[in-house]
Design a protein around this ligand. Structure first.
Ligand SMILES: Nc1ncnc2c1ncn2[C@@H]1O[C@H](COP(=O)(O)OP(=O)(O)OP(=O)(O)O)[C@@H](O)[C@H]1O
Ligand SMILES: [Mg+2]
Length: 370
């Protein structure tokens, strides 16, 4: 006969049984299978609970009807334990339907006492299934842990990026902005004191170039740190759309009514960055001539939709290993308990919708809160 378990370790069995005769029968069957086992009998619910508390068992065999209780009461006691061994009903008259009901509750298996000869293969099967279930549970737990770590890391990364961006924007403002302002002052001085035609013409082109540099640093600062958000999300989104149209020539229709709702700053930033990335994607990938940008906060949900009439995204494109824009938006949405819906049809365009549940609106008069 094959061993019940491949390893040589002792199989520890707890037997809930009021009949000494039946218990001895189980012992003989297991011994016949050449198994190294320790079989311990209990017959009261209290003893059963006590043994579970003080010892580790590999498997529990339980008679169904015992004096004053049933195996299902013992099963409930077992449920209070976190690391539970498999529980097999080894019983006389219980009836097929009761056995099925017990297995539905989670009892590992049922074996009639008349079939006790099949105990070894039953135990073997139950232990194998138990090991598989445990391995799956621990893989699921590990997966959930690593997903959580990844989400935390993404959140941390986004926060770091925002801080970096704000720091660079400050540098541009204080350092480059300051230097450009000083240059402008000096150029104006030179302009007032120069009379030479050629020098004046060079001064003019220097002033033009300076104007260009000032515009560019303003634009870069706004991209880096959306100070425009201080004027509210609707204004910020309108500004994004206007500068997108100016840069790309693509017509953009904005529907963004000014809200009287409390929109947390973190949510505003997520919505702003979503619109920004969606518009960047449109300019890079869509090949379109019309964009709709809609912002609404109806029914306690902030929704931002950016829709184009371009070539659409194929499913495979979303899984490109080196593309992080949309994946980043999905992670960002989760940081404020929101989500992103992407729908697209070939040559019919793409729609990206961000939805974020908002706090209840009662008494809200401000546009933003921390
Ligand atoms: N509006 C759009 N129209 C058509 N295709 C799009 C659109 N937006 C995204 N795509 C497709 O989906 C892909 C993934 O977009 P995603 O923003 O994640 O990455 P990316 O723009 O390629 O790179 P990045 O990481 O710089 O954002 C794009 O490479 C492009 O093929
Ligand atoms: Mg992108």
């Amino acid at each position: 006969m094959p061993q019940i378990r491949a390893s040589e370790t002792t199989l520890k069995v707890l037997h809930l049984e009021d009949s000494e005769v039946d218990h001895e029968l189980v012992r003989r069957v297991l011994a016949r299978n050449d198994e190294t086992f320790e079989l311990q009998r209990v017959e009261s619910l209290d003893d059963f609970a006590e043994q579970l508390k003080t010892q580790h068992f590999d498997i529990i065999l339980a008679d169904y009807r015992l004096p004053g209780f049933t195996a299902l009461d013992a099963w409930r006691v077992l449920q209070q334990q976190s690391d539970r061994p498999p529980f097999v009903l080894l019983s006389g008259a219980i009836g097929e339907s009761a056995a099925v009901a017990a297995i539905k509750m989670g009892v590992s298996d049922y074996l009639a006492k008349d079939d006790v000869a099949k105990l070894a293969p039953t135990i073997r099967r139950v232990l194998e299934l138990h090991a598989i279930r445990r391995a799956k549970e621990s893989a699921d737990e590990e997966l959930a842990r690593s997903q959580k770590r990844l989400a935390e890391f993404a959140e941390h990364l986004q926060a770091t990026i925002e801080q970096e961006r704000a720091a660079i924007a400050r540098e541009i403002h204080d350092d480059i902005g300051g230097a450009l302002a000083a240059v402008r002052f000096d150029l104006s001085w030179l302009e007032r004191h120069a009379s030479d035609e050629a020098a004046l013409s060079h001064l003019q082109s220097a002033k033009d170039m300076l104007g260009h540099a000032l515009d560019a640093s303003q634009r870069i600062m706004k991209d880096l740190r959306p100070a425009i958000l201080d004027q509210g999300l609707a204004a910020a989104v309108q500004w994004l759309a206007a500068s997108f149209t100016k840069r790309t020539g693509i017509k953009t229709l904005v529907q963004a009514s000014d809200s009287t709702r409390l929109i947390p700053k973190a949510v505003q930033l997520v919505a702003y960055r979503t619109a920004q990335e969606a518009l960047t994607n449109i300019s890079k990938h869509a090949t379109c001539d019309l964009v709709h940008l809609e912002l609404s906060d109806a029914e306690d949900v902030l929704t931002l939709e950016v829709r184009d009439n371009g070539q659409g995204i194929a499913q495979a494109e979303l899984a490109k290993p080196k593309s992080f824009g949309i994946r980043g938006l999905q992670e960002r949405a989760k940081t404020v308990d929101g989500w992103l819906d992407i729908s697209s049809f070939e040559n019919k365009g793409t729609s990206i919708i961000l939805s974020v549940p908002l706090p209840p609106s009662a008494g809200a008069t401000n546009q933003e809160t921390d």
